[in-house]
Each structure stands twice: as C-alpha cells, then as structure tokens.
Design a protein around this ligand. Structure first.
Ligand SMILES: [Zn+2]
Length: 458
C-alpha cells in the first residue's frame, strides 16, 4: 500500500465484524425463529442467533450466506440486511460490530439438513428465550423489518411451502399483521385478486373496507407463485356439493357414502371428512390429501375409504371423481356377489359391459390394509375392462364404487347404477331367463360413446 495511505490508516482502530442472521419460518400457525446451540466461548450451551466473522477479502453479504450455510445447511434462500449493531459496549470482550440479516425459509425444505444435528431449534416468536448481549433486540429489529417488507412485497410467501392453502395464507397474513382476519372476507379478496385482471382489481379494492396494506400484499402475492389453493377451494365446493347430491338422490343414509375429486395437475385429492353428518358439513370441512394419503389441508380426518379412492386415481389416470355408497339395490347385487348384467338400454347407455363384482378378499387383505386392498381388488377386476366404458364396480359383500371425469359425473353414475340395479332385480324376478341382444347393447353404448355419437345436444 502507498506509504501515505498507510500513514493515514495507522491512527484508526481495527474492529471485528460479525454477520448475524434471524431465520424466520412459518408453521403451526405461527412465525418461528431458528436458533443455534453455542458450542464454544463465553456463551457455550446457550441459544444464539446463527453468526460468524466476516473474513478478509469477503463481501459482507456473501459472508452472511456462507455463515448461514455452514451453521445450518441453509442455502439459496431469501435474505436481506436489516442494519448494523455497533454500540461500543455491545460485546464485553472485544469491539465487534454486528451486521444483522434476516432470512425467510420454508421449514420443510430444510428439515433434512436441520434434523441432522440437535444444535438447531425452532422457537415460536413468542417463546424466544432471553439471550445474551443484544440478540433479543436484533430479533425485534428483524421482525419489524420483516413485517414491513412483507407488507410491500410478497416475500412472506418464502415461509410457506410451494403448495399452500387458503388457510395457511390467512394464518400467515394474520401472524405478520398480528391481528385476525375475517375468514370469508379474506377468501373473497384472494379470489378476486386471483381472478380479476389488474386494473379491474385496483378499482374494486379502492372501495373495499379492508386495510390497504393487506390488499396490496395480497395483490402482489398472487402472481408471484400461483395460488393452487384457489383452485382447490373451487374443487372443495364441488366435492361438497357432490356429497350433498348423494343425499338428494337418496343414495346414502347417515354418513354411508363419500365423494372425492382429484386435481390432476397437482396430484391432490379433495375428499369428504370421516363420519361428519351431511346436515352440518360445509365446503371447509373437505379434506385435501396427496396421493400417498398425507393430509395437506383440513382439520378433520379424511373418509376412512380414502385409500380405496387413491388406488383408483392411481390405476385409472383418466378419472377425476370417485363415489362410494351403500345404495340399496347396487349393494344388494354386491352382497349377492353377482355381476350386474347389461340387460337394458338404460344400462347400455352408461355401462358398456356388466358392472363387475369383485372377488372375495383374502384374510390377509381384510386384516391388513383393508381399504387399500379394497382398491386393489377393484383394479384387479378391471384387468381386461376399460374403466371409462364401465365406470363402476360392485365390491363383493360391500357396495358400489363409481367414477367419472369429475365428482359430478361420478355421482351421476352412482345414481344410474342404483337405478339399473333396481330395474335388473325386478326384471329377473319377472323373468329369470331374460336376454338382451349384443347389437342392441352396441347400438346404445355407441350412440353416446362411439365415434359417431349422436345422443344429446351437440
Ligand atoms: Zn362402504
């Protein structure tokens, strides 16, 4: 270095600089902070913010990223500087200036790394312990900055999984703003923000009563990551309505029935909750599960028949909705262990072949994963049957399952199945030796489903 410059600098002190980081995530309905167990020095054994010294030739921001990666394994995350903490006596041993950052992460992305050591722990914001020096003050400063930033930019979404629900979004907004939101109003705002174009939205929101900051946040939130939840809300309403339709069509007593539908794009299934009375059920009670049966959203347990539905969705990729009932006549055929033969044009219009009855289930299938195995016996029975042409089955000694391109069509097929099962039962009592010609079956099935279908409106 130039001698004169050296001269100038020799009169000034040298300080240490550390980068500290407040890592936020959102889960269990509250904002959490990640702390690290200190393993050396005067604070050994206490919880501290992840920190480290800035090295020679290292940019201060890069340093923060390096330190956080080293301490916690967290990489490629949203991170911003809050401010410097430079009080002369903030650290009693040496003069250390702390540069504070905050990061927003989705906890699930990092569970694997974080679980590797017991040196890190998530604390709800309200349960952060008393820490040494100015660390609690740092957390307060980071919270203030985070709250402000999430108001003006949709960065808060970094704390949610890529696929999140309306409820999670609302709880996040509530946690950030520290005040509850009206559920219905919130949904309305999100849906409008999602569906309307931007200009239209602006106009609408000016007349709305909710706070401007929340509106802004939600508006900006939406395009950032597409909110799948909005689609699921729609699907939940459809599945709810389809379940109510089962009652309307007299296909279920008590809670003996269930409808589900799948969002194929995201492989999420919406299904009726287990054992909830149809009288009190609401669309919000519908449970969202993934194809492995994990509950993605919902406070209630999903229908106990969920595993059967999931097997069907996996085996029949073209179906979008599944219905199960114990409707009287279809169940009577299932209990009799008989395929429901195609003996009339009503049947032939919807089911190309006989509606097949499954085989007996083995003891180990019944005693094992019963509902899943129920799905498997159905799939086995459809080895040589096209599930689109024959959208239903009779599970032996149990009852019917039907399906369709969506929940509504699955319900429709459940109604048709019950009706043709009833007709067939009566027909056989009148004439046990009745027949129906192959060409009449073909005629009826093809006028609706064949290449030259002409039934109904174009
Ligand atoms: Zn059942």
């Amino acid at each position: 270095m130039d001698q004169t410059v050296k001269e100038i600098f020799k009169d000034y002190p040298k300080f240490y600089i550390v980068d500290c980081c407040v890592v936020f995530s959102f889960f269990n309905d509250s904002i959490h902070v990640l702390l690290v167990k200190q393993d050396h020095g005067p604070s050994i054994g206490t919880w501290v913010l992840p920190y480290g010294f800035v090295l020679d030739n290292e940019d201060i921001d890069n340093s923060a990223r390096r330190i956080l990666a080293a301490k916690t394994g967290l990489e490629n995350i949203f991170m911003e500087q809050v401010r410097c903490f430079g009080e002369a006596n903030r650290y009693p041993y040496e003069r250390v200036i702390a540069c504070l950052y905050y990061a927003l992460i989705n906890k699930e992305d990092f569970d694997e790394q974080l679980n590797k050591s017991d040196n890190t722990k998530w604390f709800p914001l309200t349960e952060v312990p008393e820490m040494k020096y100015d660390q609690n003050e740092m957390i307060r400063a980071a919270v203030t900055r985070m709250r402000y930033r999430t108001m003006v930019k949709p960065v808060g979404l970094n704390m949610l999984p890529p696929l999140f629900t309306m409820r999670q979004l609302r709880k996040l907004v509530e946690a950030i703003n520290n005040k509850p939101r009206d559920k219905r109003n919130f949904r309305k705002i999100v849906e409008e923000a999602y569906y309307k174009d931007h200009a239209d939205r602006q106009k609408k929101f000016q007349t709305r009563s909710c706070s401007l900051s929340v509106q802004r946040k939600i508006i900006r939130t939406i395009p950032e990551r597409k909110i799948i939840i909005v689609m699921l809300e729609e699907l939940k309403r459809k599945v709810f309505k389809a379940n109510i339709d089962l009652v309307k069509h007299n296909l279920v007593l008590f809670t003996w029935g269930n409808v589900s539908a799948i969002d194929r794009k995201h492989n999420l299934v919406v299904i009726k909750p287990s054992g909830v009375s149809y009288d009190t059920m609401t669309p919000d009670d519908m449970v969202v599960v993934d194809l492995d049966g994990r509950v993605i959203e919902g406070n209630l347990r999903p229908s106990s028949d969920t595993p059967t539905h999931l097997v069907l969705y996996k085996a029949f990729p073209s179906i979008g909705g599944v219905v199960h009932t114990h409707s009287t006549y279809a169940t009577a055929w299932a209990q009799a262990g008989k395929d429901l033969p195609n003996i009339g044009t009503t049947h032939a219009d919807y089911f190309h072949d006989a509606v097949p009855c499954t085989e007996d289930m083995a003891r180990k299938e019944v005693e094992g994963d019963y509902e899943l195995e129920t799905g498997n016996v159905i799939v086995k029975r459809f080895k040589d049957i096209n599930p689109v042409h024959t959208p239903g089955v009779l599970v032996k000694n149990h009852g019917p399952f039907t399906w369709g391109k969506d929940a509504d069509e699955a319900v429709y097929h459940a109604v048709v199945l019950e009706e043709v099962a009833k007709m067939a039962a009566i027909s056989f009592t009148i004439n046990p030796n009745l027949t129906m010609s192959e060409h009449l079956i073909e005629k009826h099935f093809n006028r609706k489903h064949g290449p030259n279908a002409y039934y109904g409106q174009k």
